[in-house]
Write a protein that binds this ligand. Structure first.
Ligand SMILES: NC(=O)c1ccc[n+]([C@@H]2O[C@H](COP(=O)([O-])OP(=O)(O)OC[C@H]3O[C@@H](n4cnc5c(N)ncnc54)[C@H](O)[C@@H]3O)[C@@H](O)[C@H]2O)c1
Length: 432
């Protein structure tokens, strides 16, 4: 099939590349000329494990191309994916201007039947808005499908190639048939394509993300309470997780959720509820608790330095909002580092992939290091913000040698408390 993907970010590029991998001809359109030029030169503009191999292979095979020309994209594809940003607007709602702006262009430009597939995360009723926006000017038939994306950054290729489910929201038999054909090769292990109406598909995505954010936040509260009463959240987590109704995953406490999805999606659902005079009380609390959790290490650090962080140097391990990505949008590390800088500390930072993106925000207010150990040199403590695998088994004696004092603040509970203490460290983590 001939596919156009409009918006070539984390979702769009993975979608385009993986659809090319199953033999489709794909053109990816993006407004960012620099990004398109990079891709045309064969450079993957984001860090996403395993994407490069597929990217190269499909470019070489001539199945994957890139352009800034929307006209070209709209002429090319039978199916047009919208993988455009839906960032948080000032009032917390999802900003639909990217999606509706492109929809307006689509209406003016399509000349034959197309299926417009919304992959962006959008509030209930957006498919209808997209439909109306296109219909204003369209002179041919078209369908609009809601097809929310569930991939996780860091595992995006695997998630796309072997999805647990595909959700398709549509009332058009013609569009559903095409979507089933397109996704057939990814569903061979028996995972379902779930067909539903557009509104339910749109809400499924928000409900899933809000549910996951709530699960993390609940564990963060349990962890905070553990600290008050001397319980160990790791033991509680294992004990709880063996209950199949709860499950083992997403029970790890830390310094809050971040990223380009959970924070904005939880707020957008909260705001969408308000617009219908529905007060999502759980979401109000999730947002409030998570705000606090992002800087939960701050009082612990201040306490250790007796309230004075001036002239203190701290090493930060991990800047991305989670491991295996260079994405720093809403990363908890950003919030903590801002507070630490405000209090007069200087910071030496290391992340395997996210330094270029952090540099765009922090400029020369941070000292950027080439290795995790370099960040420790003459630092007064180590602060861990992201659970990259390489931080899991450090050479503790090397860490000790390089730090001024053997002090670790661990926002991701990477180490066994007793073992780190045996290595001669003061160790503060979350809920233990
Ligand atoms: N990142 C994730 O893990 C993830 C997962 C599931 C769903 N989503 C949702 O998918 C959508 C896209 O997210 P993302 O993380 O890929 O965003 P992104 O910011 O990484 O990418 C969006 C891309 O769209 C381009 N763009 C903006 N306006 C354009 C226009 N008018 N024409 C063409 N291109 C344009 C931007 O230049 C950018 O490259 C959002 O709604 C998001 O909530 C994201």
């Amino acid at each position: 099939m001939k596919i156009t993907v409009i918006g070539t970010g984390y979702v769009g590029l993975v979608t385009g590349t993986c659809l090319a991998e199953t033999g489709n001809d794909v053109i990816c359109i993006d407004i960012d000329q620099k990004k398109v030029e990079m891709m045309q030169e064969g450079i993957v503009p984001i860090y996403e494990p395993h994407l490069d191999v597929l990217f190269e292979r499909n470019i070489k095979a001539g199945r994957l191309t890139f352009s800034t020309s929307l006209d070209k994209g709209l002429e090319f594809g039978d199916i047009i994916f919208l993988a455009l940003p839906t960032p948080e607007d000032e009032d917390g709602s999802a900003d639909l201007s990217y999606v509706l702006g492109v929809a307006d262009e689509i209406g003016k430009k399509i000349k034959e039947y197309k299926v417009i597939v919304d992959k962006s995360t959008v509030p209930v009723g957006t498919a209808e808005k997209v439909y109306q926006t296109i219909a204003k000017n369209a002179t041919c038939e078209f369908d609009v499908v809601s097809n929310p994306e569930f991939l996780r950054e860091g595992y995006a290729v695997d998630d796309f190639l072997k999805p647990e489910r595909i959700v398709v929201g549509s009332s058009s038999e013609r569009a559903i048939k095409l979507m089933k054909k397109l996704y057939g090769p990814f569903m061979r292990s028996g995972n379902p394509i779930i067909i539903m109406d557009e509104k339910s598909a749109e809400l499924t995505k928000y409900a899933a993300n809000a549910s996951l954010a709530t699960k993390i936040t609940f564990m963060n509260e349990i962890a905070n309470y553990c600290e008050k009463v001397g319980a160990d959240v790791d033991k509680v987590r294992v004990g709880m997780g063996t209950d199949s109704r709860i499950g083992k995953r997403f029970l790890f406490p830390g310094i809050g959720y971040g990223g380009s999805c959970f924070p904005k999606d939880v707020k957008a659902l909260q705001k969408a509820g308000k617009d219908q005079s529905y007060d999502f009380k759980i979401l109000n609390s999730v947002i409030e608790v998570n705000e606090k959790q992002k800087t939960i290490l701050l009082p612990k650090i201040e306490n250790y330095f007796k309230g004075d962080l001036t002239n203190k140097k701290l090493a930060i391990w991990g800047l991305a909002f989670k491991p295996e990505t260079d994405d720093v949008r809403e990363a908890p590390a950003i919030y903590l580092m801002r507070e630490l800088l405000n209090k007069g500390a200087s910071l030496s930072v290391y992340d395997p992939e996210a330094i270029p993106n952090i540099r765009k925000q922090f400029g020369d207010t941070l000292s950027y290091c080439n290795s995790m150990y370099e960040a420790l040199d003459s630092s007064d403590a180590l602060v861990i913000c992201t659970e990259w695998s390489i931080f899991r088994t450090p050479d503790f004696q090397e860490v000790k040698k390089r730090l001024n004092t053997p002090m670790i603040f661990d926002g991701r509970n990477l180490y066994d408390v007793e073992e780190v203490k045996k290595e001669g460290f003061n160790y503060v983590s979350i809920g233990r």
